[in-house]
Design a protein around this ligand. Structure first.
Ligand SMILES: [Zn+2]
Length: 255
């Protein structure tokens, strides 16, 4: 189960790195609901988050988030203390603090260009984060940190960006056509070469042919030699005919 959770985290993190240029140190924007849940489940965020994301992590919050946690009093005092240890980022609401939800969404703006992860247990804020392209959401499932699967908004944004990257411009299209034309010529040449190929001497086939030729030649030679042998035989017969005068006469009549 643990291995599967880490595997998913790596996969989703890869998605944000590849499509939205996320780089270390990962900036995790944490709200009071997340630290409260972590405290209840005895999770050390500072220790566990870098392990889970497999890299350096910056834990950050905002003045608005702190104010909201503080306003909730004793019930979330522990969470407030934890939040106070994190780096407080400027949010632009110094004089008139807003809700944590509003503040986080203003930090993300339209496209989360600062590459924030949002760590929250607030379902309303989670839904809003999921509506922003390239905004990873972290939450706690009991004592386990979970990086949520990239939202539909994020995947749609990623695919439209990749299609822009993949689809060639008009200039590129014309250049490609030219290249294709040249490539076609090359292919034709290659094809021609291929056609020539079998006709050109193939060392193996040549050897075989030579063997064939040699056998043909040798067969011719053997025919000749056979003829010679025959003559020789006749001669031998002639020689032997010295002994027998009748056979010599017979041989002469044959030849
Ligand atoms: Zn704010």
């Amino acid at each position: 189960m643990k291995v599967k959770r880490y595997k998913h985290a790596r996969k989703y993190l890869g998605f944000y790195k590849h499509n939205f240029n996320f780089r270390e140190p990962h900036q995790v924007l944490i709200d009071g609901t997340f630290t409260h849940m972590a405290l209840q489940n005895k999770i050390n965020i500072k220790e566990q988050l870098p392990k889970y994301l497999g890299g350096e992590v910056q834990l950050i919050t905002t003045n608005c988030i702190l104010k909201e946690a503080e306003s909730l009093g004793k019930a979330v005092y522990g969470a407030y203390i934890i939040l106070k240890r994190y780096q407080v980022r400027r949010c632009g609401h110094k004089d008139s603090p807003v809700s944590a939800h509003k503040c986080v969404m203003s930090m993300l703006a339209d496209s989360n260009k600062n590459h924030y992860f949002v760590a929250t247990q607030d379902p309303d804020l989670s839904a809003s984060v999921n509506g922003t392209p390239g905004a990873p959401l972290l939450y706690l499932h009991f004592s386990a940190i979970v990086l949520e699967k990239p939202s539909v908004t994020s995947t749609a944004a990623a695919s439209s960006m990749t299609s822009k990257k993949i689809n060639p411009s008009e200039f590129e299209k014309s250049a490609l056509k030219k290249l294709e034309g040249e490539g076609g010529k090359d292919n034709e040449k290659k094809k021609r070469k291929k056609r020539r190929g079998p006709k050109q001497p193939n060392p193996l086939s040549v050897k075989k042919k030579k063997k064939k030729k040699s056998t043909e030649q040798s067969s011719a030679v053997t025919k000749e030699t056979e003829g010679k042998k025959k003559r020789r035989k006749r001669k031998r017969v002639k020689i032997s005919s010295h002994v027998n005068g009748q056979s010599e006469a017979q041989q002469d009549s044959v030849s």
